[in-house]
Design a protein around this ligand. Structure first.
Ligand SMILES: [Zn+2]
Length: 328
């Protein structure tokens, strides 16, 4: 069941962790832990360094860790996920301290693990305590902090596909939730330069929009309001290349391409991504890889059994591919 998080944000709020009662287990990684320690000298009862999120490693690590009253996750997505795993398994208190806002893991209830090299979501635990320290987050690379906004910008393409799936395939639709999602997108638009500059306002905006999105998706029952064909592009390029990308890069690419296929305010969406610094040209993929992803998108979607979207109703012709590649 959904639980509202308590979010404490500000400059230098990390030292509050020293007051946590009981045995404290910190779950982190080298880089965020070093940055964190420079800002907040603190020695919890035990520190665990997350290696990988392979399910076997995660299970073995949890079994080997000492008992604790509180688990504190300091870092990015994997650190949040590992802390969520420990708290879910043990039923103990959990505090999350994001060192970066590149993904929404500190707000979601599921835990991303890798099974046979594929991401799988397990567990069910809504984070209830978040400490958002601007000084910590601002020390992470700006382009990674900006990347997190992709999962809010994806509302633009997601809403289009959701409505289409409702009209053409009879999927359940909720106009009230669609309006709430649209309001989040507009809020992001109003704060695009704050997101770009990773200001305290920008950080608070992204965290608050993640919170709202997680809440209305929980109320609706799935991620339909924010996940559409742009995520199919993201999954397809990872599948094709067998490489891992920054989520914001490939979802940004998906928004670029799918707003063209949807004929859905493409210029507005691209302008928004530019103003936020989303790297929608996906610099870590070659142009041939992007072209091949687009050409094979419908087949990938069908093989993977993914949800209904513009990919089902609008053919991706070679003329469309070449036009899109020229524009990118
Ligand atoms: Zn996403």
């Amino acid at each position: 069941m959904y639980k509202e998080p308590r979010i404490e944000s500000g400059h230098g709020v990390c030292p509050k962790l020293r007051d946590l009662p009981g045995r404290v287990l910190a779950v982190t990684m080298d880089v965020p832990w070093q940055v964190f320690r420079r800002l907040t000298p603190w020695t919890p009862d035990h520190v665990h360094m997350v290696a990988t999120m392979d399910i076997e490693t995660v299970e073995a690590a949890e079994r080997a860790l000492p008992p604790c009253d509180v688990v504190v996750g300091v870092g990015g997505g994997s650190c949040a996920d590992m802390a969520k795993y420990v708290a879910w398994k043990r039923g103990c208190r959990m505090v999350l301290v994001p060192s970066i806002i590149s993904v929404d893991a500190p707000l979601t209830n599921t835990i991303a693990v890798r099974v046979d090299k594929k991401v799988k979501y397990i567990g069910d635990i809504y984070p209830e305590e978040l400490i958002v320290d601007y000084d910590l987050i601002q020390r992470a690379p700006k382009e990674l902090n900006r990347a997190g906004a992709c999962d809010i910008a994806s509302i633009h393409t997601g809403l289009f596909d959701w409505k289409l799936a409702h009209e053409k395939a009879g999927e359940r639709y909720d106009a009230g939730i669609a309006d709430e999602a649209r309001a989040c997108l507009l809020e992001l638009d109003r704060n695009a330069d704050e997101v770009y500059n990773v200001t305290p306002k920008g950080i608070d905006t992204v965290i608050d929009l993640f919170r709202r999105e997680v809440e209305f998706c929980a109320r609706f029952g799935n991620s339909r309001p924010e996940e559409g064909s742009e995520h199919i592009v993201a999954y397809a390029i990872e599948h094709l290349t067998r490489r891992h990308f920054i989520h914001g890069d490939i979802v940004g690419l998906g928004i670029f391409l799918m707003t063209r296929l949807q004929e859905n305010e493409h210029d507005w969406a691209v302008d928004l991504m530019k103003r936020m610094g989303l790297r929608y040209t996906c610099p870590d993929a070659s142009r041939d890889e992007i072209r091949e992803t687009l050409t094979g998108l419908k087949q990938f979607k069908e093989d993977a059994g993914l949800f209904f979207s513009i990919v089902d109703t609008q053919p991706i012709t070679s003329a469309f591919v070449e036009d899109a590649m020229r524009a990118l």
